[in-house]
Design a protein around this ligand. Structure first.
Ligand SMILES: NC(=O)c1ccc[n+]([C@@H]2O[C@H](COP(=O)([O-])OP(=O)(O)OC[C@H]3O[C@@H](n4cnc5c(N)ncnc54)[C@H](OP(=O)(O)O)[C@@H]3O)[C@@H](O)[C@H]2O)c1
Length: 397
C-alpha cells in the first residue's frame, strides 16, 4: 500500500540564479571532457556569432539580382548547416560521454532523505530512487510545490516506493531543527541523506535570522546542521551514505577565511559566496568521512556537471542570454544526466565503503588544492559547530 504524507502550506520559493559569464569556463571545469568541451563551446559561439553577423550584414534579399539572391541563400544555408551539425555533434558527444549510473540496485526497504527535490537535479534523483522502490523523504521549502512534485514522481515510481513531503528551509536553522526532529520521530532508519538543495542570490549580501550570510546558510550551514542532527540515525542504519552536491565552481576559490565565513569583512559578490559555499561542501564531506570512519556511514561530494535547470532563469536578456536560453540544451546536460553522479553515490555497489572522495561523471576526481587541505576541513568543521550552535548532546561523531 502506498503511503503519502502531504502537509500542505504555502511557502514562497526562490529560484536558482545563473552564472552566465562563466559558462565557457564551466565546460573547462568539467574535468573528464575539459578541453574538448571548452573548445567546442568556443566554436559554437564563434559559428553562431558569425552566422548572426552575416545575416545582419546581408542586403535585403528583395534588392538583389535573382542570381545573387540564390548565392546569398546558399551561403546562409551552408553556415546554418555547419552550426546545426556542430550543435548536434556536441550534444551527442556531451551526452554519450556523460557519466551514467549503471547500477540496477533495488532500494526497496531503504529510506532516503533528499533536500531540494522539487526541481532540477534533486527531482530527477528522487524520481530514480522511487523507481528503485525507496521510501523518499522530500525536504522542501515550498510544501505546495513539494506535494505537486511528489504526486508526479509517485505516479511513475515502483509500486513499493513511498514518498513523504516535509517542510525544510535549509537557510533557516530553526526549520532545520524542526525538520530533523520530525524525521527522527517518524523514521526508524535513514539509509541515505542527499544534501542537494542549493541557490545563489543577487549581488547584495543578505543575512538570515541566525546571522548567517544567505548563500552560505542555504548551501552549507543548513546542511551541516541537518547532517549532524541525523547522524545518530544514519549510524544506527549503517551501512548508510551521505551524498553532498557541490560544484566544480569550488575550484575558483583561492582563499577561505574561516574567521569570515559570512562575508562580514570581505566584499560580497554572488559568485564568490556561491563558490565558497561549494568549497565548504567538499571540505565538509571529507571531514565527515574522517569523523565517521569505521561507523559504516560514508560521505562523498560531487560535481553534477553543467546542467540546464532553473540556473538559466535569470540569464540577462542579451544576445548571449538568448543564445544560452534557447540553445543550451544542445550542449549541456539535462537534469536526468545531471542527476547521474548523485544517483551513483546514493545507490551504486561500486562505491560501497568509499568515503571522503569527490566525484564527477560517476567517477572519482580530484578536488581543488584548498578542498584537499585537512587543516582547513577541520577548522571549517569547528567554525561551523559554533556558527550553527550545535549542542554537545547532539554530537554523534
Ligand atoms: N545546475 C548546474 O549546472 C549545477 C552545477 C553545479 C552544482 N549544482 C548544484 O546542484 C544542486 C541542485 O541544483 P539545480 O541545478 O537542480 O537547481 P534548481 O533546479 O534550482 O533546484 C534547486 C533546489 O533546491 C531547492 N532550494 C533552494 N533553496 C532552498 C532552501 N533554502 N531550502 C530548501 N530547498 C531549497 C529548490 O527549491 P524550490 O523548488 O522551492 O526553488 C530546488 O528544489 C545545487 O546544490 C547546485 O549548487 C548545479
Amino acid at each position: 500500500m502506498r503511503r503519502r504524507q502531504f502537509a500542505c502550506d504555502l511557502h514562497q520559493g526562490n529560484s536558482f540564479a545563473p552564472l552566465p559569464l562563466h559558462l565557457c569556463a564551466d565546460f573547462a571545469l568539467d574535468h573528464s571532457r575539459c578541453s574538448c568541451a571548452f573548445y567546442g563551446a568556443i566554436v559554437f559561439h564563434i559559428l553562431t556569432g558569425g552566422l548572426l553577423c552575416l545575416i545582419s550584414a546581408l542586403p535585403p534579399v528583395t534588392s538583389l539580382e535573382p542570381h545573387r539572391t540564390t548565392m546569398w541563400l546558399e551561403v546562409v544555408t551552408a553556415v546554418l548547416a555547419v552550426v546545426l551539425a556542430t550543435l548536434v555533434s556536441l550534444r551527442v558527444w556531451y551526452r554519450t560521454t556523460s557519466g551514467r549510473c549503471t547500477s540496477r540496485k533495488s532500494m526497496v526497504g531503504k529510506t532516503v532523505v533528499i533536500t531540494g527535490a522539487t526541481a532540477g537535479i534533486g527531482k530527477e534523483t528522487a524520481r530514480d530512487l522511487l523507481r528503485r522502490g525507496a521510501r523518499v523523504i522530500i525536504a522542501c521549502r515550498n510544501l505546495e510545490k513539494g506535494c505537486r512534485v511528489a504526486s508526479e514522481l509517485q505516479a511513475n515510481g515502483d509500486s513499493r516506493s513511498e514518498v513523504v513531503v516535509r517542510h525544510l528551509d535549509t537557510s533557516d536553522l530553526s526549520s532545520v531543527r524542526n525538520f530533523a526532529k520530525e524525521v527522527l520521530d517518524t523514521e526508524k532508519a535513514i539509509h541515505v541523506l542527499i544534501n542537494n538543495a542549493g541557490a545563489v542570490f543577487p549581488d547584495k549580501r543578505q543575512v538570515t535570522a541566525d546571522g548567517l550570510e544567505l548563500t552560505m546558510a542555504t548551501n552549507y550551514f543548513g546542511h551541516f546542521l541537518l547532517t549532524n542532527l541525523l547522524l545518530g540515525r544514519l549510524k544506527e542504519s549503517a551501512p548508510s551514505r551521505v551524498v553532498i552536491v557541490s560544484s566544480a565552481y569550488h575550484e575558483y576559490v583561492k582563499n577561505l577565511d574561516l574567521k569570515d565565513l559570512n562575508f562580514e569583512g570581505e566584499s560580497y559578490t554572488m559568485i564568490e559566496a556561491y563558490n565558497k559555499s561549494k568549497l565548504c561542501n567538499v571540505l565538509f564531506a571529507r571531514e565527515l568521512a574522517d569523523r565517521t570512519a569505521g561507523t559504516g556511514v560514508t560521505s562523498n561530494s560531487l560535481h553534477p556537471g553543467i546542467v540546464t535547470t532553473s540556473i538559466l532563469d535569470r540569464v540577462p536578456y542579451t544576445l548571449a542570454g538568448f543564445i544560452l536560453r534557447n540553445l543550451s540544451s544542445f550542449i549541456i546536460k539535462d537534469a536526468v544526466c545531471g542527476a547521474q553522479t548523485t544517483n551513483h553515490l546514493a545507490v551504486s555497489e561500486e562505491v560501497e565503503g568509499v568515503s571522503g572522495r569527490y566525484f564527477a561523471d560517476c567517477k572519482e576526481t580530484t578536488a581543488s588544492e584548498l578542498a584537499r587541505r585537512k587543516d582547513l576541513a577541520t577548522g571549517l568543521w569547528e567554525a561551523s559547530v559554533k556558527a550553527v550552535g550545535l549542542k554537545e548532546n547532539k554530537i554523534y561523531y
